[in-house]
Design a protein around this ligand. Structure first.
Ligand code: SAM
Length: 198
């Protein structure tokens, strides 16, 4: 998040077709909850495009990248590597130490899809469980980011958005930002136009 050291999410094990929606949601969750970029390992160009499209409309900064070399990303990362896994140490026991590391440098958060190779567990500086129950990479990532940023991500500003959601008790409204040229309608917008990922 702006003014902090970089937080990067690495999505491992993307299986084209089967994981398209989850991989997209890993990226959208990373963006919405304060990470600076997502790196997706494998053939996930559709997910990358959707994440970029959301960033174009609702703001950034946020980058999405693809890699064929996740091990090289892990090897070369110049900071703390956190692997989210149900087998790891409870997040509530290690979060202050990791926040301390983030005060000093960047953090790479690794999430899997299928079985994660054991060398990732060995490379990680922290293997962290968000509970020690099996659930989802999206849920684990969301809770971990919120703990890392202590809720500050909920108040962040977005740059270069063309549209913003107007929060409402009931109803759905999206309006063009002042920066948007030509402007779209300020009429209430159907949610389906926001993102076909919802
Ligand atoms: N069966 C796979 C394995 O043994 O690695 C787990 C697949 S799980 C559906 C996909 C990803 O969700 C995991 O790689 C991990 O990143 C994340 N995940 C699932 N449960 C988690 C938990 N309790 N805490 C943290 N991350 C979790």
């Amino acid at each position: 998040m702006h003014a902090d050291h970089e937080v990067v999410v690495l999505r491992l094990g993307h299986r084209p077709g089967r994981d398209n929606r989850m991989t997209t949601h890993v990226g959208l969750t990373a963006r919405a909850l304060g990470a600076d970029r997502v790196i997706i390992s494998g053939a996930a160009s559709g997910s990358k495009e959707t994440i970029e499209d959301i960033t174009d409309r609702f703001g950034g900064p946020f980058d999405a990248e693809l890699t064929e070399e996740p091990r090289a990303v892990l090897r070369a990362f110049p900071g703390t590597v956190v692997h989210l896994t149900m087998y790891g140490l409870p997040v509530q026991e290690v979060e202050s130490e990791i926040k301390g590391e983030h005060g000093e440098g960047p953090v790479l958060i690794v999430v899997g899809a299928e079985k994660v190779p054991f060398d990732v567990y060995e490379r990680a500086d922290y293997n962290v469980g968000v509970t020690n129950q099996p659930h989802s990479e999206v849920a684990g990532l969301a809770v971990f980011l919120d703990r890392l940023f202590e809720g500050r991500e909920l108040e962040r500003e977005w740059a270069d958005a063309t549209h913003r959601v107007v929060p409402m008790a009931t109803g759905k409204k999206v309006e063009p930002t002042e920066a948007a040229e030509g402007g779209a309608t300020s009429e209430p917008t159907n949610q389906a136009e926001l993102t076909d990922e919802e």
